[in-house]
Ligand binder design. Structure first.
Ligand SMILES: [Zn+2]
Length: 109
């Protein structure tokens, strides 16, 4: 039998306060401050004799604005999967309705 007693403990731990884009230095939080949008904490690791660095691991985040700029430089565009299956114009209207803050702040990126 395990005999227990009540004990109050104070715990200090790291919590995510924000995720910052490594390219532009801006937050990845959406206009509602509820979710992060973009590429969060991507990790790449150079192998032996890699140009990135011999067995060096890098981690970084990119906001959507910087991702869009990066995609424009691609010779081969990224593959797309439309998870909603809706036409593009319906998706754009949906995005406008889900924002909870004025568009001024959402355009600040
Ligand atoms: Zn950025």
């Amino acid at each position: 039998m395990i005999k227990t007693r009540k004990e109050t403990k104070s715990i200090t731990e790291d919590v995510v306060e924000d995720i910052i884009c490594n390219k532009c230095g801006k937050s990845l939080k959406d206009s509602c401050d509820m979710n992060y949008e973009g590429l969060t904490e991507a990790r790449i690791c150079g192998g032996y004799a890699s140009k990135i660095g011999d067995m060096l691991e890098l981690s970084f985040s990119l906001c959507e604005k910087c991702l869009i700029e990066l995609f424009k430089t691609f010779v081969i565009k990224p593959s797309e999967v439309d998870h909603l299956g809706w036409p593009k114009d319906v998706q754009e209207n949906q995005e406008d309705e889900r924002c909870c803050k004025p568009t001024d702040e959402s355009n600040s990126l």
